[in-house]
Design a protein around this ligand. Structure first.
Ligand code: IDP
Ligand code: MG
Length: 154
């Protein structure tokens, strides 16, 4: 099963949208395998957003991400990285599809509520980066029989 890292950003905390975000991911059928609140510092953010550090928006992004705590989540599911990106919607919420989290709930690109890993590789790496082994939980989800065919559960 693939893993993906979700960060509910400071705007999600401030706007009281943590429950809404969790609900949407739960209703998709994904399995929550780790969750915690955290304040991200400059070192963590520069590492997480390494591909963006030299871009013009980075300074504002870093300040924003440090402006209040975030909620970090690790989710698991069959090919979940791509389906979570679809659920989250385009980076610019004004272009995000209706029905997606950003499409329904956000307007500004710099206030787009949520981070989601963008590939299977980054999903694995980001989950391992933000969660220790003792913070991740392996368990059987009883509803899986109604969510997946057997071959997808293997
Ligand atoms: P993603 O979050 O959809 O993967 P990325 O291109 O990886 O989007 O950008 C990371 C984050 O940087 C975005 O979620 C957004 O918060 C911020 N960002 C990206 N482009 C802009 C921009 O043009 N203006 C302001 N913030 C931006
Ligand atoms: Mg990205």
């Amino acid at each position: 099963m693939e893993r993906t890292l979700i960060i509910a950003k400071p705007d999600a905390i401030q706007r009281g949208l943590i429950g809404e975000i969790i609900t949407r991911l739960e209703r998709k059928g994904l399995k929550l395998i780790g969750i915690k609140m955290s304040s991200l510092d400059q070192t963590m953010l520069r590492d997480h957003y390494a591909e963006h550090v030299d871009k013009s928006f980075y300074k504002g992004l870093e300040e924003f991400m440090k402006s209040s705590p975030v909620v970090l989540m690790a989710w698991e599911g069959y090919e979940c990285v791509e389906s979570v990106r679809t659920l989250v919607g385009a980076t610019n919420p004004r272009q995000a599809s209706p029905g997606s989290i950003r499409g329904d709930l956000a307007i500004g690109t710099g206030r787009n509520l949520i981070h989601a890993s963008d590939s299977k590789k980054s999903g694995e790496a980001e989950v391992a980066n933000f969660f220790g082994p003792d913070e991740l939980f392996a368990y059987d989800k009883s509803e899986y029989v109604h969510i997946y065919e057997e071959s997808e559960r293997a």
